[in-house]
Design a protein around this ligand. Structure first.
Ligand SMILES: *[C@@H]1O[C@H](CO)[C@@H](O)[C@H](O)[C@H]1NC(C)=O
Length: 355
């Protein structure tokens, strides 16, 4: 009886945990292409633009490098949204791709987000990553840049940056200082994650075959659900070679998008992200706001704790009725686990009858 109730208790607990987890985060859409060979059927989800093409006899996409001033992009066909109103959800995402850049100083590669009205077939040869209208379209980019462009304030020709509505990065990391070279021609990999609970966009970089680094190369606080609201966006990888023959190749790309209930969202941190007149609260106001919030959190905490304790006690009483809570002779009993085989008897005649 004791063994039975313990395992049942864990099963019920596991079920409850999984149930609440499923409720709180329902995957929206995902893809995972380990290569771009014929069997990958990547064209069902991804579209190629400009000079981007699958190289014959290979399973990678060459985005640029067929000629000077070549430009191309690989885009996820399904639009995404950072804010959904009914039910009120926000989006978190995690993406990972592997790529290589040859020695020349082209633009490198950028992970981009553009609104769906962006003209994906148009390229601006001289512009960073073939992208134009940064401000007009509110383009977001994570650049792996191998061209030192003075007008974009680039620090060197080997950097990673986060670009918001402008090719001038809001945050940059010198890749030389972490002893990597973007245009070494070797395969590299990048991880980009957005965690709306912490309002954090994180970028990690490594050589292919290395583990995902614990510490991000770049971390930037931004509320994408405020920047984009419920606008539909396309995500992709974009590149231009400028006046060079830099070959930019992409070998794999995966992305996981998850909906998170809006109540798990932090308060906006960036007042500039508001559209319309901005009212900055004075600190006294904030303090006044704080107390009810702490009280509410406390009450919620006590409520949840009480509910959890109730479930545990409820399950305990159902399955452990006849057992004293602490047996008198021995307070700690070794728990034995038993595995039992069950014979499943299939009713042949019933099965046959169904056919
Ligand atoms: C980038 O890092 C390298 C290596 O540490 C250093 O020599 C170089 O000056 C740095 N560049 C900038 C712009 O900080």
């Amino acid at each position: 009886m004791a063994i039975f109730s313990t395992s049942t208790y864990f099963k019920i607990l596991l079920f409850l945990i999984l149930y609440f987890k499923a409720l709180s985060a329902a995957p929206n859409s995902s893809f995972n292409f380990k290569n771009f060979g014929k069997n990958s059927k990547f064209e069902s989800k991804l579209a190629l633009y400009g000079n981007a093409k699958v190289i014959n006899g290979s399973s990678s996409v060459q985005v640029t490098g067929s000629s000077i001033f070549s430009a191309g992009r690989v885009m996820y066909k399904k639009p995404i949204k950072f804010l959904e109103t009914n039910p009120r959800n926000i989006m978190s995402f995690s993406t990972h791709f592997s790529f290589s850049l040859s020695h020349e100083n082209g633009d490198g590669l950028a992970f981009v987000m553009v609104p769906i009205e962006y003209p994906l077939n148009d390229f601006d040869d001289g512009a960073s990553f073939g992208l134009f209208g940064w401000r007009k379209f509110k383009v977001l980019g994570v650049e792996f840049d191998t061209f030192m462009d003075d007008k974009d304030g680039d620090v060197n020709s080997n950097h990673v940056g986060i670009d918001i509505s402008s090719p001038v990065s809001v945050k940059v990391s010198n890749v030389s200082s972490v002893k990597m070279v973007l245009n070494s021609g070797e395969k590299m990999q990048a991880w980009i994650d957005y965690e709306p609970g912490f309002l954090r966009l994180e970028v990690r970089l490594g050589q292919l075959g290395e583990m995902r680094p614990v510490n991000p190369l770049l971390s930037y606080r931004i509320d994408l659900s405020r920047m984009w609201k419920d606008k539909e966006l396309f995500v992709g990888l974009s590149s231009s070679s400028r006046n060079s023959l830099q070959k930019c190749k992409v070998y794999s790309w995966s992305m996981k998008l998850t909906r998170v209930p809006h109540w798990m969202h932090s308060q906006p941190l960036d007042p500039k992200a508001f559209s319309g007149p901005v009212k900055i609260k004075d600190p006294v106001d904030n303090k006044r706001d704080c107390l009810p919030r702490i009280l509410a959190a406390l009450i919620l905490g006590i409520g949840c704790g009480g509910f959890g304790a109730f479930i545990v006690l409820f399950v305990w009483t159902i399955f452990d009725k006849r057992q004293p809570v602490v047996p008198e002779e021995c307070a700690v009993k070794p728990v034995e686990f038993e595995y039992k085989k069950f014979k499943v008897v299939v009713d042949k005649s019933a099965e046959d009858g169904n056919k």
